[in-house]
Design a binder for this molecule. Structure first.
Ligand SMILES: [Zn+2]
Length: 386
């Protein structure tokens, strides 16, 4: 798997194959004893729930799955998350926009759509819709909506419940209104993860219980079988290190002796942040891939804006870019670059910077994001005649 893979032009069958291969390559299929053919069937069923819209289609879902798999496959993420949590994260990525109709939450609320009535009182209408479909696909056999049981190999109802909990929570956190909260909490998580790593490496003193608990994002290292970490946590005031929250379902700890254990709430925060970062992280990919995807976003926005105007509803997305003037082609490119840059500067770069603090292996993607930002900046400035 590579961040450089360009599959923007893949058809449905190629995408199903790629998504299935991603699950297998991630290692969770083997680690948890899942059946690859059942995984592929699940991917096919999920693909069938994506609609033919310009951007929020199955191609986007596989991009998010691909990015999530690359991030959760880093050594640091594998040390922080259990196999069950990594499986849940991949399922959440695959399912995170199920049934997306290319409209915005504001459109649904403003138009009093059927979905907004279904999820009455919720601002994140679409995210609740995606999560509801995902849950229906992941329920045990008598209640499930259709297709094979991708979680059949799990050993207990508690493991399925845990997967469902992470899937639902991560999908609901793809709502952009949660963005700044995620960025803020990641700073604490980066500090906690760094302390755990230092303790496990024996490089630094692990923060003792009292100090550690000054931040709710700190769990003490109890990395199973790691002498430094075990010694450190045994020295701490609270040898359990919040062990109530660190309990592993299904004995995953025994399979991963180098695990660094954060509290459950922090592992959930990490899963939520990874999915959200993947969802808005197209600009960590090669420039031409990001450009192709951005055109799809603009096409979807333009269609929605036209629909809102036709229905007399308030605009919920930016206006389409001005039509390209053949005599001044750089003007259209500059307008696109400025719009892109605003989004990257405000949302994407701060999130990925914090995330690279938790998962240092993401530094190359952060560098590429910044190079893409610079390229957009140059395009905008050159057109402005600077
Ligand atoms: Zn999405």
């Amino acid at each position: 798997m590579s961040w450089d893979l360009d599959f923007t032009g893949y058809g449905n069958e190629e995408l199903v194959q790629l998504a299935s291969d991603i699950f297998v390559a991630s290692g969770v299929v083997e680690e948890l004893g899942l059946e690859p053919t059942v995984v592929r069937n699940f991917v096919t069923v999920a693909a069938g729930h994506y609609l033919d819209v310009p951007y929020h289609n199955f191609n986007h879902a596989v991009h998010v799955l691909h990015a999530t798999a690359l991030m959760s496959g880093t050594a640091r993420a594998r040390a922080l998350l259990s196999p069950l949590e990594r499986l849940a994260l991949l399922l959440a990525a695959l399912c995170h926009d199920l049934g997306h109709d290319g409209r915005s939450n504001a459109f649904h609320t403003n138009s009093a759509s059927e979905l907004s009535r279904t999820y009455g009182g919720q601002s994140a209408v679409l995210e609740h819709h995606h999560a509801a479909i995902a849950s229906a696909l992941l329920l045990p056999p008598p209640c499930r909506k259709g297709g094979g049981d991708v979680l059949a190999a799990l050993r207990s109802p508690e493991e399925r419940a845990e997967v469902l909990r992470v899937v639902r929570s991560a999908i609901l956190h793809t709502d952009m209104t949660r963005h700044f909260e995620s960025v803020r909490r990641l700073a604490d998580l980066a500090a906690a993860a760094g302390r755990l790593e230092d303790a496990a490496d024996g490089r630094g003193p692990i923060v003792s219980g009292g100090a550690a608990h000054t931040s709710d994002a700190v769990g003490l290292a109890v990395a199973a079988g790691h002498p430094a970490a075990v010694t450190s946590s045994a020295d701490a005031d609270d040898p359990g290190g919040g062990s109530g929250g660190s309990t592993e379902l299904g004995g995953a700890t025994a399979q991963a002796p180098s695990r660094l254990l954060l509290e459950a709430s922090d592992r959930l925060l990490l899963a939520q942040a990874l999915l959200h970062a993947a969802d808005i992280g197209n600009a960590v990919r090669p420039f031409h891939v990001n450009d192709a995807i951005s055109r799809r976003v603009r096409a979807e926005f333009a269609a929605l804006r036209a629909e809102e105007e036709a229905l007399g509803l308030p605009a919920s997305v930016p206006p389409p870019l001005p039509p390209l003037d053949p005599d001044q082609p750089q003007q259209g490119a500059a307008a696109a670059a400025r719009a892109e840059l605003r989004f990257l500067d405000t949302f994407v770069e701060p999130l990925w910077e914090r995330l690279a603090g938790v998962l240092p292996e993401l530094e190359p993607q952060l560098r590429r994001l910044r190079a893409n930002q610079e390229r957009f900046r140059r395009i905008a400035e050159e057109a402005a005649g600077r």
